[in-house]
Design a protein around this ligand. Structure first.
Ligand code: G4P
Length: 530
């Protein structure tokens, strides 16, 4: 039993949130380097601009082997096991991003030191805030011209309404970047020229900022500036408070340069020390505690498998409590059926290995043929429904039809599967044979067309529709809803779970429906419940 507790308590399951180009991929690579998961920091995936060019991105999508394995990366460092979950980072926003954040216990926010808080960082931060998620901040690219340190701290504090505590303090910037003083561990860490195959050194332990060692190791003006700035920072910023960090109201801020593997060890050690081990998971019936003996968990992401000829998919399953063992018989709560899980996979950075065992906090991949859906809960028998996994009303709607009209039925089935996978929202109009496909980001249409063609052999055409938005319809009584549906049949569809959806042509149309039927709710977000 104590073994179970130790295993669970040493887990840190986290994600990196950032705006494209801030350095998430580079930081990920360097974290893996420290975790011993890769020897040389090779490519985790296509980089920066190249990755976001439609063609390359689609290539990455097609070579799904890569994106599946890099969706979760598990590695050990010192006493902890880290599970790093990739939040899909293409400029386009997808629901996957949000759902991934429901499967982590903390996040690292990467900020470009020259650019500060950018749009996507902010959007992702707001999602984290909804869950009061603890956040560690990494201010990256100090080797380039950066904003003033105080200005950066102030911007984080002001725009995100978070208390900030510097965990390290940069000495110089751009070409004059010398390194950082580690304020949490009193160490002077200087930027070194990278030695091939070697990790940067630990730095020099100091007895606080007055230590004469600093005067020996740094030019006089740099030491003077460091002492002066840190003194000021200590007056302006609160002291580090572990509870405030866990509550998501305070963020420790590290400075570094991922490209130079600088500041990476400190942030990794920081997560090990400060970040929470697996947290309780809310369910409809009760809260699930990670240290419970019985295994429970939920599916937060589905991904089509590498081989498009086989319809199998991988369900990304976060273990919420207990220990998973190979061959376990689990209750699939939505269908009340038993599922024997023999071939679940662990994601060890570059390899995949069969999961013999796994613990609360871990992510395992369960291959299946479509019986597992996003939001599904698996237990050792108890009926539990995990809550808090959101669905979003799509912001972009198009109608889709097969180029060969005889393939309409096949298309229907393909769309249904894609909807279950969470790749898009699919709405079947009540009247007519149209399928409406809704996505959150425009690029998703291209990806879908491509997938339907390659995986299902159905060439399709997406066409702009005159619809502006889709809203789930909810009322207190079925009669209320029925009245609305009867009156607006031409503007109603059903999503893949059979829930009614109002297809509004414009804002006025939506407002009018709301005015005429005040007893109904037109929802932009819905919780995944089955
Ligand atoms: P992302 O995943 O957040 O989109 O960012 P990514 O790591 O791909 O980094 C974006 C660009 O910023 C890359 O340059 C990368 O090399 C650079 N970068 C990351 N960290 C640092 C840093 O600490 N200092 C400096 N100077 N640059 C950094 P790129 O030109 O787009 O790609 P590449 O040609 O270098 O691969």
């Amino acid at each position: 039993m104590s073994n179970l507790n130790t295993e669970i308590e040493r887990r840190r399951t986290f994600a990196i949130i950032s705006h494209p180009d801030a350095g998430k991929t580079t930081l990920t690579e360097k974290l893996l380097l420290f975790g011993g998961a890769i020897k040389l920091a090779g490519e985790v995936k296509a980089r920066g601009a190249a990755r976001r060019a439609t063609s390359d991105w689609m290539k990455v999508e097609k070579e799904r082997g890569i994106s599946v394995t890099s969706s979760v990366m598990t590695f050990d460092y010192q006493d902890c096991t880290f599970n790093l979950l990739d939040t899909p980072g293409h400029g386009d926003f997808s629901e996957d991003t949000y759902r991934t954040l429901t499967a982590v216990d903390s996040a690292v926010m990467v900020i470009d030191a020259a650019k500060g808080i950018e749009a996507q960082t902010r959007k992702l931060f707001e999602v984290c805030r909804l869950r009061d998620m603890p956040i560690v901040t990494f201010v990256n690219k100090l080797d380039r011209d950066a904003r003033d340190t105080f200005e950066i701290l102030d911007e984080i504090e002001q725009t995100l309404a978070l208390d900030v505590v510097p965990a390290s303090w940069p000495i110089g910037m751009g070409r004059g970047f010398k390194g950082c003083y580690d304020l949490f561990n009193d160490r002077l860490i200087l930027l070194e020229t990278e030695k091939k195959g070697e990790l940067p050194s630990l730095g020099t332990p100091c007895e606080g900022l007055d230590d004469p060692k600093l005067d020996e190791l740094l030019p006089a003006h740099a030491v003077a500036q460091l002492r002066e700035e840190v003194e000021m920072a200590r007056e302006l910023c609160p002291a580090f408070d572990q509870q405030a960090y866990l509550d998501g109201t305070l963020t420790p801020v590290y400075f570094g340069s991922a490209l130079n593997t600088f500041g990476v060890r400190e942030i990794l050690e920081g997560i090990g020390k400060m970040a929470p081990s697996p947290l309780p998971q809310p369910a409809k019936e009760r809260s699930i505690e990670p240290l419970e003996k019985k295994m429970t968990g939920f599916v937060f992401k589905i991904q089509a498998n590498m081989d498009p000829k086989h319809r199998d998919r991988i369900a990304f399953f976060r273990i919420a409590s207990g220990q998973f063992k190979k061959g376990m018989k689990l209750k699939h709560v939505r269908s009340a059926k038993t599922l024997s899980v023999h071939n679940a996979q662990l994601f060890l950075a570059q390899d995949r290995a069969t999961a013999e065992e796994a613990f609360a906090g871990d992510i395992i991949g369960i291959p299946n043929h479509g019986n597992l859906r996003i939001g599904d809960t698996l237990t050792e028998g108890e009926t539990l429904h995990i809550t808090g996994i959101p669905s979003f009303a799509p912001e972009l709607l198009q109608s889709v039809r097969p180029i060969d009209p005889l393939k309409a039925k096949h298309l229907g089935r393909a769309l249904e599967q894609l909807a279950e996978e969470g790749a898009a929202r699919v709405i079947k109009r009540l009247i007519g044979s149209d399928w409406i496909v809704g996505v959150v980001g425009a690029l998703q249409f291209d990806v879908l067309a491509d997938r339907i063609r390659t995986e299902y052999s159905i060439p399709v055409k997406f066409e702009p529709s005159s619809l502006m938005t889709a809203r789930w319809i909810e009322g207190d009584t079925p009669t209320d809803v029925k009245k609305f549906l009867d009156k607006n049949q031409g503007d109603i569809g059903e999503d893949h779970t059979g829930s009614p959806v109002f297809l509004a042509r414009n804002g006025w149309h939506l407002n009018k429906a709301q005015d005429d039927f005040p007893e109904l709710r037109f929802l932009a977000t819905k919780e995944q419940t089955f």
